[in-house]
Structures are given as structure tokens and as C-alpha cells.
Design a protein around this ligand. Structure first.
Ligand code: SF4
Length: 330
């Protein structure tokens, strides 16, 4: 059974200024499924809807963001949860940290700058489970960080004493302390240098394979997806353009936007300049009719300006939304 089913999700920002209402269609008709024990990568440029998708999936929806349609349903260890009816209390008591945890870029918002790292663990565990035996608690946390390959003295450090990579490892240790079903990792390696990035991604991969939970890895960096994700969903302007097993996405990208993202990846020794795409992603307050990629698409047809392309299925979980495609494998 799937861990998460998102069907036809529409999440918009609605604002009103001087009597004029405005809606930003940040996530528009997105359907994805996350299975247990997989790393699902979400890719796309900024303003493609990745951050809004995370907000909805983690139940952090605050005005002006509203879910306008569709459904988000989880099958957690302790039972099924429909995010359209879940209460804030249930999210706080049973879901955040315990079933869904979050690792974000920079990680500073989870680490209290004026408290030692062990105190942040203490705060989180005390809030969700209570701490009855301090010696046992200390043993549990030391054992947890040791399993993740972190030096135990990291627990006595203040965040400013740690490198960026170590802070991110601590954030991952915090996010996994309750063994959640889903870890949402939002640009977890952006702002880290390449060597440190590799270590952080390796840690995420190891945790996933040992705990057999699901990781939703959100990053614009296609090279990260190629190395880490089992499956990739490519978003463009609030819609899912293509989705499939990582190998198929990289070997046989079907959607022109995915082809562009993959063709722009640097190749060692290749000195020919990479092709760039004209223009920028559209303003989602006033997105183009039809295929939202049409103003930038080098292969656009007249129909692309008026009709939204349907998803075509290529088998094996690979699908893409483009008028050029027939579905099936040629
Ligand atoms: Fe390009 Fe048309 Fe396909 Fe959109 S539907 S990606 S505009 S060819």
C-alpha cells in the first residue's frame, strides 16, 4: 500500500489588495504517489511549486495559501490520515516529527543557537514523548548519533561551533530520532560544498536504506537526483511535467523541459557550451493558457497554446504531459 497518495492537488495563494483579488496557482492538478521505502525526488526551477507542495504535504498550510481541490492521504504506521480533515492538534501530537519530519536548507531553524545540541534533542523529545529517565535519554541520543556516524561530542557543542555539513548532519539526526515514515528533505545540500554535499547525501541514503522509510527529496539539482533518488517527478510552473524511475528519466526523458534539464547538466571533459533555455518560468498569478511551458518550448505546436496536455503513460511508472507524446514505448 502506498505511503502517500496525492490526487489532483490544487493549492493556491489568494490575496486581496485595494479590492482586487489575486490568486497564484502554485500547485495545479498534481497527482503523485509515494511508496514506502523509496527516495522520491522532486525537481524543477524556483517558482515551480516545490515549496508549496511541501507545505501541503507537511500540513503547514497558512493563509494566504489554501487547498482548493484534490486530496492528500497518508497511510501511516498508526493509521490513515486525510490531510483535508486532520486537526492541528493531531498534526502536533502524532504526525510532525513522529511520522513526517523535515530537513531544510541551512538547518539553523531547528538548531537553537544559544543551546547545546543535546538540549535541542531534549526539547523535541520532551515535547513529543516526555523524558522520564535522563540517563536513558542520554544513552538513546548518543546511540542514535553514533549510528549516524556523528562524533558523540557533537552533542555538547553549540551550533556556531559546527561546520555547515556537521550542522546538516545534526539536523538529519534530529529529523530521524522518532524513525518517521516520511522525511521531507528540502534542498538539504544547497549552500554546502561538493565534498560535504556528498557526505550529507550519503547519510540520507544510508538512513533510508536502514530504516526503510520514505524520503521526499526536493532540489533543483538534477545531479543530486541522479545519485540519490529512485524515482523523480519534474515540476514546471505548478504542474507535474514528467515522472518516472530515475534511470528512465535520465536515459529516456520524454518531456522537452526534462530534456532541457538533463542536457544542461555539466559533463566532465565536454567543452562545448550547454544549451540554455530562453525566458523564465511564468508568473503563476497569470500563467499561460494550454501547456505552461509553451512560451519557452523549442518544440511547441499551435495546440500547446490552448490545450493543457494530458499525462501519457509509457509503462513502468514513467509518464509525461506533452502534446508531442503518444504514450507507450516506440
Ligand atoms: Fe512543448 Fe507543447 Fe510539449 Fe508543452 S505540450 S512541452 S509546449 S511540445
Amino acid at each position: 500500500m502506498a505511503l502517500l497518495q496525492v490526487e489532483n492537488l490544487r493549492a493556491y495563494y489568494r490575496t486581496e489588495m485595494y479590492g482586487v483579488s489575486r490568486q497564484v496557482r502554485a500547485v495545479d492538478d498534481v497527482t503523485i504517489t509515494l511508496e514506502p521505502n523509496e527516495i522520491y525526488g522532486v525537481a524543477g526551477e524556483s517558482s515551480c511549486g516545490k515549496t508549496t507542495l511541501i507545505k501541503v504535504l507537511s500540513g503547514t498550510i497558512k493563509p494566504p495559501l489554501r487547498v482548493e481541490g484534490g486530496s492528500v492521504k497518508y497511510n501511516f504506521k498508526y493509521g490513515d490520515v486525510d490531510m483535508s480533515t486532520v486537526t492541528e492538534e493531531e498534526l502536533r501530537k502524532n504526525i510532525r516529527w513522529k511520522e513526517i519530519s523535515y530537513v531544510m536548507q541551512g538547518s539553523m531553524s531547528v538548531l537553537n543557537p544559544v543551546r547545546r545540541v543535546i538540549k535541542t534533542f531534549e526539547d523535541i523529545i520532551a515535547t513529543h514523548e516526555g523524558i522520564k529517565d535522563r540517563a536513558l535519554f542520554r544513552e538513546r541520543i548518543e546511540d542514535h548519533v553514533k549510528k549516524l556516524g556523528l562524533p558523540p561530542d557533537v552533542l555538547n557543542s553549540y551550533p556556531h561551533e559546527l561546520s555547515g555539513g556537521m550542522k546538516q548532519r545534526v539536523a538529519i539526526a534530529l529529523a530521524t530520532v522518532f524513525k518517521p515514515s516520511l522525511i521531507i528533505a528540502d534542498e538539504p545540500t544547497t549552500a554546502l560544498d561538493v565534498v560535504v554535499q556528498r557526505g550529507v547525501l550519503q547519510l540520507l541514503k544510508e538512513i533510508q536504506s536502514v530504516s526503510q522509510n520514505t524520503v521526499l527529496l526536493v532540489t533543483h539539482d538534477m545531479a543530486v537526483h541522479a545519485n540519490v533518488a529512485n524515482k523523480v517527478g519534474i515540476m514546471y510552473a505548478g504542474r507535474l511535467a514528467e515522472e518516472g524511475p530515475t534511470e528512465l528519466i535520465f536515459k529516456r526523458p520524454e518531456h522537452p523541459y526534462t530534456q532541457h534539464l538533463i542536457n544542461s547538466l555539466p559533463v566532465i571533459g565536454d567543452k562545448t557550451g550547454k544549451s540554455s533555455l530562453e525566458g523564465t518560468p511564468p508568473n503563476l498569478a497569470n500563467p499561460p493558457e494550454g501547456c505552461r511551458f509553451h512560451p519557452r518550448c523549442p518544440k511547441a505546436l499551435p495546440i500547446c497554446r490552448s490545450e493543457v496536455p494530458a499525462m501519457k503513460d509509457f509503462g513502468g511508472g514513467h509518464r509525461a504531459a506533452c502534446h508531442l507524446l503518444q504514450g507507450g514505448r516506440q
